[in-house]
Design a protein around this ligand. Structure first.
Ligand SMILES: [Ca+2]
Ligand SMILES: [Ca+2]
Length: 360
């Protein structure tokens, strides 16, 4: 399994390169209000009937899933900061069930105990994939947020991301960290391939990008998924980053990094933490121009990955941003914006949730 790397003194996954380019498009400040255009809002169709919501329990994991009644909505955003999320286009999704929260460490441990699955970040690195790297340096690990204590150049993510040997889902920040006592927090350090393995075991699948956005919008069309103001009744609506990124986290939302799932209010359809906390894998290949040619009915994404900035990397869509998003740096927690990541790369701000089809 190939994990892309470059090798100065430390190994850095392609993930780092990806986020560099994603985040480098973000402005220091953004006052754009295009998401509030009346024409956009009026075109949203919400067929959701709250009384139709029902809980189910999967056969294999313990997640509560909610029925998301299908309907039509306007997908994407014309915010010029998110060129890959335009044009806004009408999409129809069918009914589906969605986990009410991100997959937790407890849930992922249940999966590993049942299957003895070994995540990509735990597997040995194949010297064939890294011919220019000394074998003794090929040690399993993953990307970890390691913030400095002083201001840094925001164009250089290597100032706050490090490849940490021994970082994996059981030790999200490295060998000295643990998930013990953090069972209700979302699992991290799981790549796309790990997430799909879990979903298959659970009898589920990853959401399509369209399903994810449809559920996140919950019938609304606002700048943020929860509304037009960053605060709701004076409180933070999602776990993101406040302060001076990356060195001075003011923790105004109460969480310096990951929060236990369901620590913030659910959206109007009862789903928690779609926005913020951890990025979430979607099933679609990532293509920066897909929205121009997207199917309108249950789009599955392009049939292959195409990131024009890194055409050789196989990438999947990620959605929702994480506890590291802020208006100083990554603004891709805003409604309609997209993320992307190489399939085999993970980090300690990246997780997933599952969906399930309605039985016919
Ligand atoms: Ca926070
Ligand atoms: Ca999330």
């Amino acid at each position: 399994m190939c994990r892309y790397i470059i090798f100065p003194k430390i190994v850095i996954f392609l993930f780092i390169i990806s986020i560099t380019k994603v985040y480098s498009q973000a402005p220091m400040n953004d006052t754009c209000e295009l998401c509030n255009k009346p024409s956009f809002r009026s075109l949203v169709t919400n067929s959701f009937n709250k009384n139709s919501t029902m809980n189910i329990t999967s056969a294999e994991d313990t997640a509560t899933m909610l029925l998301i009644k299908g309907g039509a909505f306007q997908m994407g955003t014309d915010d010029p900061h998110f060129s890959d999320a335009s044009p806004i286009h009408r999409v129809i999704v069918s009914d589906f069930y969605m986990d009410e929260h991100e997959v937790t460490n407890d849930q992922f441990e249940q999966f590993v105990n049942a299957t003895h699955y070994v995540t990509i970040a735990e597997r040995p690195l194949d010297p064939k994939d890294f011919p220019n790297v000394p074998v003794e340096q090929l040690k399993p690990g993953s990307a970890v947020f390691t913030p400095p204590n002083h201001p840094v150049d925001l164009k250089d993510p290597l100032q706050w991301w490090s490849y940490v040997v021994g970082a994996n889902w059981r030790h999200p920040k490295g060998p000295n960290s643990t998930i013990v006592g953090h069972g209700k927090e979302p699992v991290t350090q799981v790549c796309y391939l790990d997430a799909t393995a879990y979903a298959k075991w659970a009898g589920k699948r990853l959401p399509t990008e369209a399903e994810w956005e449809y559920a996140a919008r919950a019938g609304g069309s606002h700048k943020y998924y929860w509304g037009d103001s960053i605060l709701v009744n004076g409180k933070w609506a999602a776990n993101i980053f406040q302060g001076d990124f990356p060195y001075n986290n003011l923790v105004q939302d109460g969480y310096v990094d990951i929060a236990p799932v369901m620590s913030f209010p659910a959206n109007k359809w009862g789903i928690y933490d779609l926005d913020g906390n951890v990025w979430e894998w979607c099933s679609d290949y990532y293509s920066s121009n897909y929205y121009a040619v997207s199917d309108s009915l249950n789009p599955l994404g392009p049939n292959k990955s195409l990131d024009t900035e890194e055409p050789t990397a196989i990438k999947r869509v990620q959605r929702g941003g994480s506890f590291l998003c802020s208006d100083q740096y990554c603004i891709r927690y805003r409604a309609g914006s997209r993320g992307k990541g190489e399939e085999s790369s993970a980090s300690n701000n990246l997780g997933f949730r599952c969906v399930k089809d309605i039985s016919k």
